[in-house]
Design a binder for this molecule. Structure first.
Ligand code: ADE
Length: 422
């Protein structure tokens, strides 16, 4: 076994299984594959050091391989202690020769050691899912920030953190908000989270959704996807929201909208996707039915007050993998899934490759964009340029064999003119 400074994974012996699963995912990632083929020829990332902090999955493996094909020197660490697929990590190290610092179930200290190892690579580009690398570069590694050409951010929560840094005037380098690309959040957050969250809950519990009351906290793109899929499985869906426009949308999409306080005694399954803290808390646990299931699919494990749940409980059992049954003093049990971490990645495999294809196409092209526009970018949060976003959609349609309509010259002229009215 190599020293932990070179990589730190569970076991290199898992690599065969990882390799075959990475190849399986690659077959669904047609857009990324096209980018990889171009990168192989053009080498737009030649000798650029990239440190990525992402969920270590088969889809991420294909992104890492694409960056490497573009000439980058890549290092990967986990963006969540529970989401690493150890077999994938092993194959990335063995087959792609990319150092990985990630072990599924790692504790907080190891998680931060792994971030540190990724930053020891002296990156010029960082890639985050939750802004942890950027946060380290602004707190403990300030001197290194001047070497960063730019960073890219995968998720809503990370973009919120980064925009807050930009607003406070403390952001030290440009960031591309990959999450905000339409080909990312309209698909990954909606279809990806919608399917993979249900997948995680089913793998953890094997519960039947039909006839259950599912409480979805948060009606952003992720919540919308989960509500839709829960309804399709036959559940009665209650949505809780704090923003009036989203609450109204949920109501007009046909869901019952109410407060968590009112939903607490009625729900069978609670799913948080708000990006905020303490969404399900003490007063809610007290009102829940015996056997209620509570899980989170938001980025950080802060949405469910686990500390309160622990304090309120007299015992905790593990009836199944990924399920912790907390017995309250009243005798009722509340089942917490996946330690309150992203259930889709803790208990399942995250979003399917076909949707990650577009998210990671954005990541690969964002890295290329940072290198190409290195001198022009300010210390700001940028959206992915529209031409990149649209090109990804165009390529995805092409690889799906979908032919779509074109404007006629007459229609183009009409849209470009302002003279024709009533
Ligand atoms: N985020 C959600 N699903 C993912 C996946 N399959 N790979 C990487 N990041 C993800």
């Amino acid at each position: 076994m190599k020293r932990k400074t070179e990589f730190d994974i569970k076991s290199i012996r898992l690599a065969n299984q990882g390799k075959s699963r990475i190849e399986w995912a690659e077959k669904q990632m047609d857009v990324l594959r096209l980018i990889k083929q171009r990168f192989e020829k053009e080498k737009p990332l030649k000798d650029i050091r990239i440190s990525a902090c992402l969920h270590v999955t088969t889809e991420t493996a294909n992104l890492m391989n694409t960056l490497k094909a573009g000439g980058a020197q890549v290092v990967l660490c986990a963006s969540n202690p529970l989401s690493t697929q150890d077999d994938t990590a092993a194959s990335i190290v063995r087959d792609f020769k990319i150092p990985v610092f990630a072990v599924c179930g790692e504790d907080r200290k190891t998680y931060y050691q792994h971030l540190k190892a990724a930053l020891d690579h002296k990156p010029q580009i960082t890639m985050d899912d939750g802004a942890d690398l950027v946060s380290e570069l602004h707190s403990k590694r300030k001197k290194q920030a001047k070497d960063i050409l730019g960073s890219s951010e995968e998720t809503t929560t990370g973009v919120i953190r980064l925009r807050s840094m930009e607003k406070k005037g403390i952001l030290k380098f440009p960031v591309i908000a990959v999450n905000d690309a339409q080909t990312k959040h309209l698909f990954d957050n909606y279809y990806g989270t919608g399917q993979s969250t249900i997948d995680g809950i089913l793998r953890a519990t094997n519960l039947l959704f039909a006839g259950k009351t599912v409480v979805v906290a948060g009606y952003g793109n992720c919540g919308k996807g989960v509500a839709l899929r829960s309804k399709a499985l036959g559940a009665h869906v209650i949505v809780t929201e704090v923003e009036p426009i989203r609450a109204l949308q949920a109501a007009m999409d046909g869901y019952e909208v109410t407060t968590m306080e009112k939903a607490a005694p009625r729900g069978d399954i609670f799913i948080t996707l708000t990006g905020d803290i303490s969404v399900v808390r003490k007063e809610h646990f007290l009102k829940m039915k015996d056997g209620a299931v509570v899980c989170n699919s938001g980025h950080f494990d802060v949405e469910i007050d686990i500390k309160d749940l622990t304090k309120m409980s007299k015992t905790k059992e593990i009836p199944r993998t990924f399920v912790e049954a907390y017995q309250l003093k009243s005798g009722k049990k509340v089942n917490l899934l996946g330690e309150g971490r992203l259930i889709n990645l803790a208990a399942a495999e995250g979003h399917p490759a076909s949707v990650m294809d577009m998210s990671f196409a954005n990541q690969a092209l964002a890295a290329e964009y940072i290198v190409k526009n290195n001198n022009k970018l300010a210390k700001k949060v940028y959206v992915v340029p529209e031409e990149i976003d649209v090109e990804i959609a165009r390529l995805k349609l092409k690889t799906m064999g979908i032919i779509y309509d074109k404007l006629t010259p007459k229609q183009e002229k009409y849209l470009a003119s302002w003279k024709l009215g009533t």
